[in-house]
Design a protein around this ligand. Sequence first.
Ligand code: PAF
Length: 286
Amino acid sequence: MKIIKEINTLRNFLKEERKKQKTIGFVPTMGFFHQGHLKLIQEAKKNSDVVVVSIFVNPTQFGPNEDFNQYPRDLKKDIELAEKEKVDYLFTPSVQEIYQDDFLTYVNVEELGAKLCGKDRPVHFKGVTTVVAKLFNIVNPDKSFFGEKDAQQLVIIKKMVKDLNFDVEIIGVPTVREEDGLAMSSRNIYLNLKERKAALVLFKSLELAKEKIEKGERNSKVIKNEMEELIKKEKLVNLIYISVSNAENLEELDVLEGKVLIALAAKLRKTRLIDNLFLNIKLTTP
Ligand code: PAF
């Protein structure tokens, strides 16, 4: 595995790979790998000849009062894990390499970035799309892999790729969960034991929604209320939102039909967690 910090060095290596007709799979990450990241890398290995993984904690996607400085980092362990997964190129640029002092250009997927998590994280998705666009221009991958755990991010990246004609296929990879159901996240490390236990209610509320839908419930208000009631029972969990939306344009739905995204965000003390469920729903006829 080659560990590369400079954009030009990575570009030169990848130019050679492309001359050999190799397809390039790309997994952008912020490091501190867990099973969710490893699953993305494994999918990239299965679906491409050469795998590039980037580790870059992107400052522009953190708001002024968010956890950029505290965000967990462990490059040594990430390198070991990436080696084990047989990653070909690990790209670990500095902030200066990605954002030079005179940096001025941002990519913003206007309305989609303002919905759901965008309401309490107003700069987040603009930072994500900007850095992902830059990384796509650097790596020029055939395919790029993103976790369904960050559902809104996935929807927004797909829209950016379509709107700006990036020549890359975006592949969503299902969420990897702990044994009890909690979605894997680098931020789970912030949780103390009590919070870790309480956080499980987020997954349970999604399971409850699924159960109601399987029994025929199609009214989004009813589903949201049931989820909210369950979450309220955990005093350590402060719900930020529950959204039931069209999984392609994130428009809120009154009646569940077609491709639906049920997504939520909550805070446990300072830890912000998200989780979701993608569903394909047929409207039940009375
Ligand atoms: O999902 C993440 O880890 C980040 O948002 C990403 C896509 C690597 C951009 O910084």
